[in-house]
Design a protein around this ligand. Structure first.
Ligand SMILES: [Zn+2]
Length: 343
């Protein structure tokens, strides 16, 4: 068995045990019934152990959440269909977006691709922020048309400075021909901002599933979340689903916003890393009662119009306990919500 297969099997065993505990609840009906399995958190289909096998038509695949390229360490299983629908494409846009964000914030070692235009002659170039904060432009000659490249540099303007015999010292060495190159820079962000946002929603949703297990999925408000993740091109949740605050590091992980009432929700706070630079995100997921999906309308109405930001939020941090492996915590998200919100 390869290392990858072992990791998959281990994850499968933990979560399939967790599902069997959830299933014992008499008020839940699964049709058709099954003995053991794993529910793909994105499409809700049931997968049995034999689907870990790559030869299966839609096998369970191992992934990192957050994506490995963004510093993710924890593993998760999703089916291959979901993985290809909501995987690489949206994650890659998020990665690009963060790289661009780093560059525009003058972060050392960040880099973006630009087009330089000198009177109609265009060349491709990489712009990077050096260790000391200076910006370096590297013309990519190999990926620019040779004619354009030649014209680009031919469009120089010369200034001539004569040696002044009455001046002493270093000025005499400045004499000679100087050339000047004028150009415009076109910066086309390559990332699709919306896809990047959906990637954040996916990270938060899968994170909550990773921590709480299958019990978390029993929440009808999450249907729209899954639909949006699997259809990033559709405006299913067109409103803002993130909070723009700097939360103290101790809030990293799962939280419940319990007041004001209109903003009650699960709040997943996580860090992503690009080129060693950390950026924090806080994504709201609908809870089990009011305001449900209305949370997104309310974030926009209350937080985006309010200059105080989220300073008046009351947030309860949920301890990073091993909810998935403990039978008594199989409905942890339900009981925590009940205790902290519905009073
Ligand atoms: Zn799936």
């Amino acid at each position: 068995m390869t290392k990858d297969q072992k990791r998959k099997l281990k994850l499968y065993d933990v979560y399939s045990q967790n599902l069997s505990w959830v299933k014992e609840n008499p008020s839940l009906k699964f049709e058709p019934d099954f003995k053991e399995g794993y529910i793909c958190p994105l499409c809700f289909n049931l997968f049995t152990k034999d689907t870990l096998n790559k030869t299966s038509s839609n096998p369970l695949t191992f992934d990192h959440n957050p994506p490995f390229s963004l510093g993710g360490k924890q593993g998760i299983l999703t089916c291959r269909d979901c993985n290809s629908k909501a995987g690489y494409k949206i994650d890659n846009h998020l990665l690009l977006q963060l790289k661009e964000w780093n560059f525009f914030n003058n972060t050392p070692n960040s880099k973006i691709r630009v087009t330089l235009n000198n009177d109609g002659s265009r060349v491709a170039a990489d712009m990077s922020v050096e260790e000391d904060g200076r910006v370096k432009i590297n013309v990519d000659g190999e990926n620019s048309s040779p004619i354009h490249r030649e014209r680009f540099f031919a469009n120089k303007t010369y200034t001539y400075k004569a040696y002044d015999p009455f001046l002493e010292g270093h000025d005499m060495f400045d004499a000679g021909i100087n050339w000047k190159l004028n150009f415009n820079m076109d910066i086309h962000p390559k990332s699709n901002e919306r896809y990047g946002e959906i990637a954040l929603l996916k990270i938060a949703y899968l994170y909550a599933f990773q921590k709480f297990g299958h019990g978390f999925l029993i929440n009808r408000n999450l249907y729209k979340i899954r639909e949006q993740i699997l259809n990033p091109e559709k405006p299913i949740l067109p409103k803002v689903f993130w909070l723009k605050n700097d939360f103290p590091e101790k809030f990293t992980g799962l939280n419940i916003v319990n007041s004001p009432k209109e903003l009650q929700c699960f709040l997943v706070i996580f860090n992503l890393f690009v080129n060693g630079v950390k950026k924090q995100f806080a994504i709201a997921l609908p809870g089990l009662s009011y305001p449900g999906l209305e949370i997104y309308e309310n974030i926009e109405a209350i937080l985006c119009q309010n200059k105080e930001g989220s300073s008046h939020l009351n947030i309860e941090h949920l301890y990073n306990w091993d909810y998935v492996t403990q039978k008594k915590w199989r409905f942890a998200s339900h009981s925590l919500w009940k205790n902290m919100v519905i009073k």
